[in-house]
Design a protein. Structure first.
Length: 187
């Protein structure tokens, strides 16, 4: 899969991505944060050999790869009761990862890039599940995550979401807490 982006004259980020599925190329385009449109193209033998054709198609109209220093890391955090988590925590990790990957991917925002479960660095007596997402727009990414977790009833009332810019910030900053009286955050 290849993803390319372009900022239009109104400041909106557009995305174009494509991937090959047997004898078809699937092209998915839209505005970041919205599902967009999908087009299937049957590939000739020449096009099957040339991944560059699609990259050039979008680069010729101003699309480029997103710069690493413009990306954001978002972390969705849930409290756990034990170091390894219980069955519910493991189920939650799998479901949240699955649904967020779908949400972020189909809206051109980014993807889930891993998780960790265990002791909080700030307080070894507390245990957390952290799910890490890499996104192209912090605000739209946070909104999409909140909407997805609420829609699929994935313990939305228990989450915290923190953010840091990919290369410039060293610390995560809390951006959302479901518990208004709990504004602390640490990994």
């Amino acid at each position: 899969m290849k993803k390319l982006y372009k900022i239009d004259s109104s400041g909106k980020i557009l995305y174009a991505e494509y991937w090959i599925d047997s004898n078809k190329a699937i092209i998915h385009t839209g505005i970041v944060g919205k599902t967009g449109k999908t087009l299937n193209i049957v590939l000739s033998d020449d096009l099957k050999k040339s991944d560059d054709y699609f990259g050039q198609r979008f680069k010729n109209v101003g699309f480029t790869e997103f710069l690493d220093d413009k990306l954001y890391w978002l972390v969705v955090q849930y409290k756990m009761k034990s170091l390894k988590g219980n069955t519910r925590d493991c189920w939650l990790k799998d479901k949240v990862t699955e649904y967020l990957n779908e949400e972020l991917g189909w809206k051109g925002l980014g993807a889930v890039d891993g998780f960790d479960m265990g002791q909080s660095a700030a307080d070894p007596k507390k245990f957390v599940l952290n799910i890490f997402c890499l996104v192209v727009d912090e605000e739209i990414g946070i909104s999409a995550i909140k909407r997805c977790l609420r829609e699929y009833r994935l313990d939305y009332t228990q989450i915290k979401i923190a953010s840091r810019q990919n290369l410039s910030d060293s610390q995560y900053k809390l951006k959302y807490s479901a518990k208004k009286n709990d504004q602390t955050f640490s990994l």
